[in-house]
Each structure stands twice: as C-alpha cells, then as structure tokens.
Write a protein that binds this ligand. Structure first.
Ligand SMILES: [Zn+2]
Length: 255
C-alpha cells in the first residue's frame, strides 16, 4: 500500500493534469463473471479517459492550437517593409527577453529602429516631409543602414557591434537574441536613433520611476557586459541560439 501510495503521489505531482481513478474489484479468478467485468472495466476506462480533461489542460491545448495557426499564417507571409529584416523570431505568447529586460527608453529606440519608424532621414522622407533627410555627418540621405554601418558619428561606438558581428548583418543584429543584446548596448552607449542622435542627458530631477529603470538597466545588458560575451542564454521557449540559426536559414522571424 505504501508503494502504491508513493507511485500515485509521484504521478500526481509530476503534472497538474494527471488524474487517478481507483477502482476496486475482487481479484479472485474463481468469482463468476470476474474476467468479463475486468474486460468491460478496461474498455470503459478507455472511453472515459479522453473526455476527462481539466480546464487547465483544455486551455493549454487551445492556446497551443491557436499559436500553431498564427505561426502558420506568419510563415506564409513574406517579411517585407522596414520590419522585414528584424521579423525573425518565432511567435510566442510570452514577450521575449529584450522586451521585458531592456530599459524603457532604449527599448523604445530599439523598436523604432527594428521597424524603421525612427528619427532617421528615410523615415522623414516618407512620413515627415518638413524634416531634413540628411545626416548631420554630411551624408545626403540618412538611412538606418547608414547609421549602423558607416556614419562617422558612431565610429567610436561601432566596435560594440563589430566585435561579435563583423559583417554588421542587420538581420542578425536586429533579428536574433544575441544580436539584440549587442545592439541594445550600442544604442545605450552611442545615443544612436534618438532625435538628436546623441545620448540622452540624465534627468535633472530623478524620479522614483527613473531609479527603478536604473535597476532594470543593471539587470540585463550591463550584466551581459560584465560577463563578457552574452553567454546568458536561458531564454524562454527554447529560443536558444541554435533555434535562431534555424530560423535564419528558414528566412523567417517574429517580433
Ligand atoms: Zn551620418
């Protein structure tokens, strides 16, 4: 009985969806009709099992099915527009680490840059005709690529990117976990993609909110910087680098 109890307890602890149904029947083979009852019980159990589903289990299954449909639709849609190079992460219900851990101001710039809806000439050319499309460095037409790859205003900070991404491949910098970790450091230090293109000054009067943001800042990119090479790969949903490489080969991506 103790062994039985232990097995059942282990089984129930393993998964909250596991259930146990205990049924007693006399085990003597000489009881008339017992064999038949045994067979019937087994068949009955088979019929009854699939319908005995917990609410948690049903919801999980429904979410998984929906995510699959969403992913299928996303895979069928070619990645285009400004977000195309960055739209490479597999879809998931939970926000990615770069969403939850990047300081708010930097995350804003990161998103603007990944979607190409940023303070840059090529955005102004389309949406804000009053603004100049030139780069303050003297280049006629300021693009996202120009700022990341060649603008001399960021020569002093570009090594942050080239150390791990010598080719400055935008699909890697803006569309992989490791690329975003690196790119966030570049944004924070260089001030690239702010309205002025220079780092934002510290707020004159720090608010409690700002202090909390400072804590956030410590938590991710500074930690990665201390560790040296962004080895913190404990991302959720199995989104390790290997997975991302596969995604790159597939040429598709998510938010
Ligand atoms: Zn420039």
């Amino acid at each position: 009985m103790l062994t039985f109890n232990k097995i059942i307890t282990d089984y129930l602890t393993r998964d909250e969806d596991n259930t146990v149904h205990v049924q007693w029947c006399p085990g003597h083979t000489d009881v008339k009709g017992n064999e038949r009852a045994d067979e019937e019980a087994k068949e009955g159990a088979l019929l009854w099992q699939p319908r005995f589903v917990t609410l948690t289990h049903a919801m999980r299954r429904s979410k998984a099915q929906f995510l699959q449909k969403w992913t299928d639709a996303w895979r069928r849609t070619p990645p285009t527009g400004g977000f195309g190079v960055a739209n490479r992460f597999p879809l998931a219900w939970k926000p990615k680490e770069h969403v939850t851990s990047t300081p708010r101001e930097v995350f804003g710039r990161l998103t603007q840059c990944r979607t190409r809806h940023a303070f840059i000439g090529e955005y102004y050319a389309k949406f804000v005709p009053a603004e100049s499309v030139e780069c303050p460095c003297g280049t006629n037409y300021q693009t996202r690529q120009h700022i990341i790859m060649e603008c001399q205003r960021y020569d002093a900070h570009r090594h942050i990117l080239t150390e791990d991404f010598p080719g400055l491949d935008l699909t890697k910098l803006l569309g992989t976990k490791k690329g975003l970790e690196t790119f966030v450091k570049f944004l924070a230090k260089s001030g690239a993609f702010t309205k002025t293109g220079t780092p934002r000054g510290a707020p004159a009067r720090p608010l409690l909110e700002d202090e909390e943001e400072d804590d956030e800042e410590e938590s991710w990119w500074e930690r990665i910087e201390r560790q040296g090479n962004g080895s913190g790969d404990e991302g959720e949903g199995g989104g390790g680098e290997e997975d991302e490489e596969e995604e790159e080969d597939g040429g598709r991506g998510g938010t």
